[in-house]
Design a protein around this ligand. Structure first.
Ligand code: KG4
Ligand code: ZN
Length: 360
């Protein structure tokens, strides 16, 4: 769809003045979130409605339930966030939404709502890539962070070592060949009998456990500088449990904290190793991290230590901005807008799309 002259001139003015208050929507998985973000850096308000209490019963996200719950939550999330920000709908300069990747039914709720809202307000619509959102979460917490820099993306669905060349320009240096880091945490947690999503439970238990009680393989790939493979760590845990718990039904319970600490340490060790290699080999001295697993305390500590040893500066989002939230979408949308990267009302949800892919 082409923009009419009125919308085009609105985009021109916003790009020229660099002043934009953006209403952002995120509904790619199981959080219905809305935010108001000013100039890509200032969070005026953020609302997150989590569905996890419902999905926990099933041990994972049930896509049909997720879509239905987004539909039920989205209207009140938008009106509440505008109220929190003391903003009238007419004061919004643009509407942003995660258009992919994610669960298609969940994405469609946000995309349809954003299109309707942009149409009614006669404001530009900005489609945002979910992972670009995670990376941009850092802009909300660190005014001094500007591209170029390295970013380690560690979410429930993605694990990537990325070079952020500029706003909206990325080069993927490495990625996972199987599970994502978040999946490794969640599958390991499930094997240990912990609730979904298990990353934060492993994080908590590991705090009182020993990291050298059990040995797990590395998750970096031999012969590749920046790729990961987490399936071996998970298989190793499952086999260990199978061998020991079949002889002693109390085995997991007895060793839970040490298992959590050793398992977490193996995941973190590999992430830190690849991030350190990237700093050393590329010459960048700025590293950011992004995604739900960036909330992990051990990862944050180890990366801090390794960045300090390499003379690099590390940027991490605050914990609320690590997991899915709409503020990160508003931050990414601002820079898309400045690049003139706006979408029409024919925008569709895209369940899988590379970070350098195009929604149109
Ligand atoms: O980025 P995110 O909210 O959703 C996706 O885009 O996938 O990431 C969710 C992932 C889950 O796998 C969850 O277990 C993990 O982030 N996670 C953690 C922690 N908090 C969330 N993993 C390890 N330690 C944590 N503290
Ligand atoms: Zn996410």
């Amino acid at each position: 769809m082409r923009y009419g002259t009125d919308l085009l001139s609105q985009v021109d003015i916003l790009r020229r003045t660099k002043e934009a208050t953006i209403l952002a929507i995120e509904s790619s998985c199981d959080d219905t979130s809305a935010a108001v973000v000013k100039n890509g850096r200032q969070e005026l308000a953020l609302r997150i409605s989590s569905q996890i209490d419902t999905h926990v019963e099933y041990g994972g996200v049930v896509p049909e339930i997720a879509s239905r719950m987004h539909t039920e939550a989205i209207c009140s999330q938008i009106s509440s966030v505008l109220k929190d920000a003391s903003i009238e709908p007419a004061q919004i300069d643009a509407v942003a939404v995660t258009a992919g990747p994610g669960l298609v039914g969940s994405l469609l709720v946000g995309v349809s709502y954003a299109k309707a809202y942009a149409y009614v307000l006669n404001k530009p619509l900005i489609a945002v890539h979910h992972i670009e959102g995670h990376i941009s979460a850092n802009y909300l917490d660190h005014p001094e962070l500007v591209p170029p820099y390295l970013c380690l993306v560690v979410s429930g669905g993605h694990t990537m070592m990325i070079e952020v060349l500029d706003y909206g320009r990325y080069r993927v240096l490495g990625t996972t060949r199987d599970d994502a880091a978040g999946e490794a945490f969640d599958k390991g947690a499930r094997a240990l009998g912990l609730p979904y999503p298990g990353g934060k439970y492993i994080d908590q238990l590991a705090a009182d456990g020993s990291t050298d009680s059990f040995v797990f393989p590395n998750a970096y790939v031999r012969g590749s500088m920046y790729d990961f493979s987490f399936s071996g760590i998970k298989t190793s845990l499952v086999q260990m449990i199978h061998k020991n718990a079949s002889r002693d039904s109390q085995w997991i319970e007895l060793h839970l904290k040490d298992l959590a600490a050793s398992y977490q340490s193996a995941i973190v060790r590999s992430l830190v190793e690849v991030a350190s290699r990237a700093i050393e080999k590329t010459g960048y001295r700025t590293l950011a991290i992004a995604g739900g697993v960036a909330a992990n305390r051990c990862l944050r500590e180890e990366l801090n230590a390794s960045a300090a040893a390499l003379g690099a500066t590390i940027f991490m989002p605050t914990v609320i901005h690590c997991t899915d939230n709409a503020s990160m979408i508003g931050a990414a949308a601002y820079y898309r807008l400045l690049n003139g990267n706006v979408s029409g009302l024919d925008l569709n949800a895209v369940p899988s799309l590379p970070i350098d892919g195009d929604f149109k």
